[in-house]
Design a protein around this ligand. Structure first.
Ligand code: SAH
Length: 396
């Protein structure tokens, strides 16, 4: 074939994005267009290793970064970036909206060995349907779920537009991963592909509001080859059902007892691997001494089991996150004294506590603060009516 023939041939090939696909899946799709396995592999690797989006047959369009914010922290620089995804079928297209904005955050960390690493916090949905009272994203309701390729495109943007090597990925951005589990699992298959992004399974964590239906599916998933080391986090955020149901509507469907049961089952199938329990400390709501005591009681079954846990650092993992006020928040951030007292009390109960120092709060990039004012204008799902919500309409 002459070069001109080859170029003409390349033009006929419909671009197939390898985003969200394993090499194998990409090769089968390419095959349908008569692109050989070898050529498909070269294109796949070029995109994921070198960031080359031009190489046929894979010339693809990556959603551009439309805004970004940097904040200098002790460990380096936190970067929040927003990608714009075209959405001609947007439900609000009559109002001139034909795109979705999604947010991701790159967080620098210093590991135990002193090595600097970067964690990428990805979004799994535009907005969220879970309605947690303290979370910024919840205030906009669910706009739509992301496809696997759109989840992987966040990694690609972090790696090749921002130029940062990503070590870990956490599904703690916008959205509830268990509400979009098929696409999340597909994205993870791609992110861990050795010919692709090559993130180790142990470097990926799915964080959930506590959807037991999703956790049941994870129980099956982690028994599949390659999935055993997937990280899991549960956002507990309260020490009893009364407070939890007030903060998190999902608790009315699956309460704390149900969560405890499914977590114990998961521990069984995951060979004792710990699940991170996350707890957002909200002053006046969930951080009194009694709450710490109740929480320790709830965590008891997850505390050190001498028959299983060898070595240190296995005292049941609790990640305490000082509340980052969402827009128009009725609550303030907790003082250091409140945080210290709560943490110390739990440590006294034998819980292994990690306090996630706040990064990105100034740029509204911290936990639970994703969802821009722009995006909020498009709020169409009324989640909750409260005094604070009424004020928010004046802003958003
Ligand atoms: N839906 C998933 C992932 C997104 S939220 C989940 O609920 O786990 C990621 C974490 O941020 C959760 O632990 C959540 O409890 C926490 N979070 C939400 N809003 C917050 C806020 N305003 N301040 C601090 N943490 C918050």
């Amino acid at each position: 074939m002459s070069i001109l023939d080859a170029m003409a041939r390349a033009d006929e090939i419909k671009p197939i994005s390898p985003f969200g696909l394993t090499l194998e899946a990409y090769q089968s799709l390419c095959k349908a267009q008569e692109v050989g396995r070898g050529r498909a592999q070269t294109a796949y690797e070029a995109i994921y290793r070198d960031g080359a989006t031009e190489s046929a047959p894979a010339k693809i369009v990556v959603p551009a970064i439309v805004t970004r914010h940097e904040e200098v922290v002790k460990e380096g620089v936190t970067i929040k970036f927003v990608q714009r995804l075209p959405n001609p079928e947007h439900r609000l297209k009559d109002r001139g909206i034909d795109f979705d904005d999604i947010e991701s955050v790159i967080i620098p960390m210093i590991g135990r060995s002193g090595r600097k690493t970067h964690t990428l916090c990805v979004s799994s949905q535009v907005g969220c349907a879970m309605g947690c009272d303290f979370c910024e994203t919840a205030q906009m309701g669910l706009i739509r779920s992301l496809r696997a390729e759109e989840i992987v495109a966040q990694w690609w943007a972090a790696r090749f537009i921002e130029g940062i090597q990503i070590d870990n990925i956490v599904f703690m951005g916008m959205g509830e991963p268990m509400d979009n589990l098929d696409e999340v699992l597909k994205a993870i298959d791609c992110l861990t592909d050795r010919n692709g992004p090559c993130i180790p399974m142990s470097g990926i964590t799915i964080s959930t509001v506590g959807r037991v239906d999703g956790l049941e599916r994870i129980k099956e998933q982690v028994q599949k080859p390659g999935w055993k080391r997937l990280g899991l986090a549960l956002s507990l955020n309260a020490s009893n059902d009364r407070v939890r149901s007030e903060l998190m509507p999902v608790n009315k469907k699956w309460n704390m007892q149900r969560l405890q049961d499914v977590l114990l089952e998961l521990r069984e199938v995951r060979g004792g691997r710990k699940i991170m329990i996350e707890y957002v400390l909200i002053p006046g709501v969930n951080c009194d001494d009694e709450h710490a005591d109740e929480l320790a009681e709830w965590m008891k079954p997850f505390l050190k089991d001498p028959t299983r846990d060898k070595g240190k650092g296995h005292g049941g993992l609790l990640n305490v996150i000082p509340y980052n006020p969402r827009r128009d928040s009725p609550w303030e951030a907790p003082s250091d004294e409140v945080v210290d007292r709560f943490v110390n009390r739990l440590v006294g109960h034998g819980v292994f506590v990690n306090c996630r120092r706040t990064k990105g709060r100034d740029t509204m990039a911290a936990c639970g603060q994703l969802g821009t004012a722009e995006i909020r204008k498009r709020k169409y799902v009324q989640m909750k009516t409260s005094a604070s919500e009424d004020q928010s309409t004046a802003h958003g």
